[in-house]
Structures are given as C-alpha cells and as structure tokens.
Design a protein around this ligand. Sequence first.
Ligand code: MG
Length: 444
Amino acid sequence: MALMVGISGIRGIIGETLTPRVVTEFAQAYGTFLNGGRVVLGRATRPSGEMFASAAAAGLLATGCEVTHLGVVMTPTIGRAITDGRYDGGVMITASHNPSRWNGLKFLSDRGLAPNPERARKIAAIYDQGQFRFEKEAFAPLAHDDEAGERHVEAVLAVLEVPVEPLKGLRVVLDSVNGAGCLDSPGLLTALGCDVIHLNGEPTGQFPHMPEPTAENLAQLCEAVRETGAGVGFAQDPDADRLAIVDERGDYIGEEYTLALAAQLALSRRPGPVAANLSTSRLVDAVAERFGVKVVRTQVGEANVAQGVVDNGCVIGGEGNGGVIDPRITMVRDSLSAMSLVLQLMASSGKRISELVAELPRYVMIKQKFECPRERIEVATTAVAEAFSDEKVNRSDGTRVDFEQGWVHVRASNTEPIVRIIAEAEDEATASTLVERVRAAANL
Ligand code: MG
C-alpha cells in the first residue's frame, strides 16, 4: 500500500509507508512552502501521534518556523486556533477514520482552510524535489498552548442563536471513539445544559470499534441511547470533524441528515446560501427550499466546500459524511458546531430527532466504485454529459446529472485510479435504474 498523497495531506501505514523521516520531510516541505512563519501543530489520539508530532515539529523548526504545539486537539480546533491567533498555517497529525495502523498529516492554510489543489501540488512538488529551506541559527523554542480546545468550545457557545433552556437535563450519549473529541466535547454539551453519558471517552487512540461513524460501527451507541432513554446520540470520528446522529429510539439516522438538520437551524435564523459538494444528498436542497435560499454545489473535497463557502458568503457548508462547516467558528468541518446547531434545533422546535427527520424527504443512496484508468473515466463522464444533455448537467467534477426523480454523479477518485458512481432517489429501484442508464451511456 503506497503513501497516499491527497489534497489535504498524506496518509500512510505506520512504520511502512509512514515513518518519522517521511513526516519530517513533508513538514520541511510545508515550512519551505510557507517560507518560515508561525505554525500551530496538533495531533489526534493515535498512540503514534506524539512520535509523528515530534517529527513534524523538527521539520517545521528546521525551516525556521515558529511552532506552537496544541497537544491532543480536534482537527477543527486547529482551524479555529489559526484564525484566532493569526497563524500562518497549521499541521494536524491524523489519519481521520482510517484503521489504527494508519496515521497521517493534514495541512491548513493561514485562513484555516485545507489547501486548494494548486497549493497542495506545490507542497508535494517541494517534497518530491527534496530542496528544503534550512534555518541555521535563529531557532525559535517550541511553544505550547493547552487551551485551544476550551477556546473552541467558548467560540461555539458565543454564537448560540436560540434559548437553550429546553435542553436542560436532556440526556445525550456521546461516542468519541477514544479520539480527539474526548477532551472538549463533553464540556460543550454540559454548558448547553445536557446530561452527558460519554462512551469511549478516554483519549487513548485505542479504537473500541471501527472508527468511521457509519451505521455498522455504532451498535454500542444505538444500544446505549435505548438503554438510558437518551434524547439523542452523537458519534464523532477520531479527529472529530465528522458527526453522526442516533435518534431517541436508538436508530442511526444516516450522516446525510447531519448537514440537513444543522442547516435547518442556521437558515431559520440567518437565511442565505448553503455550500455542499456534488455527492451530497438532495436533503439539503429540501431544507434550502423551505427558506428560499440556494445551494452552491462544489467539487468533492473539504477544501472545495470551504472555498465555496468563502466565495459565496454561505451561512453554512458541508458534506454528506456528517461534515458541517460553520464559517463563524472555523472553515474546517466541525463536530462541535454540528452538535450545537442540532441541539439548538431541538430546543427551538421542541421536536425529537425522529420527528425532525420525518419532516424531511426520505432518499435512498447507491454508491459504487471500481477500478478504471483515468483516461477512460474522462471519456465516460463526457459521454454521460452528452447523452443526458436535456437534463440538468453539472460538469465541474466528473459529471452529475439531475433527473426529476433523482440524480447520479460519476467522477474519478482524487487519490486512486477508481471511478465512483453515486445515485440518489426516493427508492432503491429508481436509484438502480438511474445508475444503469448512466452506466450504459458511459459504457462502464
Ligand atoms: Mg475526520
């Protein structure tokens, strides 16, 4: 398995493709790209995290950067700290939801955004060339800041938009998967008045279940919500940028609903445009329609959604994987912002999660992926656009066709020679039929 170099950083297998040397050199490449400057560094809870954070600190210091180590923090806490402290950039040690033998590095720009593809390519090119800036004398000492997490929570509490008294005593079960969400998330929920039951809340990085917050991995959370009579269950991924929700009956509602529910609260107070990537559910369109606002569709990739939020002055942005961007807090997907918005929606509507979900349309999504050379994907997506030119076609990332009864998105993976096909409709049979029509036109 090769080192994966994507637009937001690198991921590799510890001791095989990802070693201290690789991390130091990538950090040197980033420090060279920044030409020195002030950088924040943080890590999620994987046991290899401090080793790699030290390696990254060495690389950054070698290039003359001033480094402030935040210790164990959530990825969105780094984003928040950058804008808060006017840093020039950030480095997060995380492999997000990958299994435990993985770790990686994520870079953030001076605006707290994931780097755009052009900047990411530049950083990777500097790494490949191995020509790094080298400071010889003026080394800054490594600084520490242990309060970034608390400030992140305060920032979320500072923008509450509805009275939260109805949340008093609401029982909430939170599964932090022993990841970076462990430390500061309960404080947010407690401050909102909730009675928190914290599952997997030790920041050990020993994942008690597969760490991606999908239905099959959250049986324990669903059970705990049922057993404790909780009003809602929340699940974070290991770096706490994604959030999945379990309703008061202990049913996993699907990550696509996280953005839809968060947007519902935000738009009810501040109507305005919403950004979502092209593979995100139509649920968000249903919510936007209620408030008469538009949905800006971006290319897939967190950086693209964040840029869409900036360019269009969006009130909120996100992805169908439970990633919500509240630009008032940070331009990074943030599970704290998402929890706060969803709880405020419960407080202001007086409704249970299952009732809020029942008011939204119900869609079925089909996802397919298979190996396919890049050139062939290009030909295929062009053929799809031509075949369905009478429908609404978006060609900014592969081809997405919006039909009356659903949509299909065909695109190349950002990291692997794989084609992805995602379709959504009101029922499985309709979604399958749409996929078949598109595959036939694409000759895939
Ligand atoms: Mg993540």
